[in-house]
Write a protein that binds this ligand. Structure first.
Ligand code: SF4
Length: 291
């Protein structure tokens, strides 16, 4: 859950999730739909899908034990270097550093070099003795991540209260810190066509090419640049929808119809038991004004 998402956002989702799935076995015995339902609203849904598949692999093929090498652990879906190293340290207590943006920034300031100019593998290898002085490797991983997030912050780090300022090159050089790695916003525009019926239902399909919401239930979503000569669609409204680094301009159209295209099914606009991504929920909210 913490990949791409802040701790304070994750906490309520984590509590609800861990109550329902207290261990790998209960997670692996569940279904993807149920796991997605408990992830609903947190976004980046491929994480939930990967977590569910991983739980099945570990329970069915690995005797419920997490692999102990980075190579093996990275074969699990959705696990790269960062999560792999974090798991090896946190679960197995191995001497690893999980290099997220916070930790990289912290190291870069200590040695006063740009993040892009640092070979982190070499840096860790060279400083192994100093970094892993105790056997509390899992605490070290956690501490570095927290330190980067709470003290050595992107903008205005708390250098005055920093316990290692004496060893920090940037501090000694009195560097002014600007926020780095600003995420580039991608702007896109979509026309969304909603088939509705008198039973307060909307036609949705999992067959879409949206990429970031691939295989989730959505109405007919088309790039705004594509032509639409069907004059039976009525314009409802437009609004902006932000998804991670994307700003999506949505133009919403609707028509009441008994017939819907193949691969579409009717879904209730209110009180759906199925997992519904926030993107689709916003559409529900708009079209429910028509009833
Ligand atoms: S002194 Fe400031 S810049 Fe250096 S590590 Fe501490 S918080 Fe970061």
């Amino acid at each position: 859950m913490l990949q791409q998402t802040q701790v304070k956002t994750v906490i309520p989702y984590f509590k609800k999730f861990i109550k329902e799935f207290p261990n790998l076995k209960s997670l692996s015995n569940s279904s993807e739909t149920k796991v997605l339902k408990f992830w609903e609203g947190l976004g980046y849904y491929s994480r939930a899908k990967n977590l569910f598949i991983t739980s099945r692999i570990i329970v069915d093929k690995k005797k419920e034990k997490l692999p102990k090498t980075l190579n093996e652990i990275k074969k699990l879906p959705g696990i790269g270097d960062y999560t792999g190293n974090a798991l090896l340290g946190l679960v197995h207590g191995q001497a690893q550093i999980a290099l997220d943006g916070n930790v990289k920034r912290f190291f870069s300031r200590i040695i006063d070099k740009n993040v892009s100019d640092i070979n982190f593998d070499l840096l860790i290898k060279k400083n192994k003795k100093n970094l892993f002085k105790t056997s509390r490797n899992s605490d070290l991983i956690e501490a570095l991540i927290e330190f980067g997030a709470l003290v050595c912050k992107p903008k205005k780090p708390d250098c005055h209260m920093c316990c290692i300022k004496k060893n920090c090159k940037s501090f000694k050089l009195n560097k002014q810190f600007k926020k780095i790695n600003k995420v580039k916003i991608i702007k896109k525009s979509y026309d969304i066509f909603c088939y509705l019926n008198e039973k307060k239902q909307i036609a949705l399909t999992k067959n879409n090419n949206l990429g970031f919401l691939d295989k989730f239930i959505l109405p007919d979503v088309r790039n705004s640049s594509s032509k639409n000569n069907d004059k039976t669609w009525k314009f409802l409204c437009n609004y902006n929808n932000f998804i991670s680094n994307k700003k999506l301009k949505i133009n919403l159209y609707y028509k009441f119809s008994k017939k819907i295209p193949p691969q579409f099914n009717w879904y209730s606009i209110q009180g759906n038991k199925e997992f519904v991504p926030t993107f689709t929920k916003k559409i529900f909210k708009q079209v429910s004004n028509l009833y």
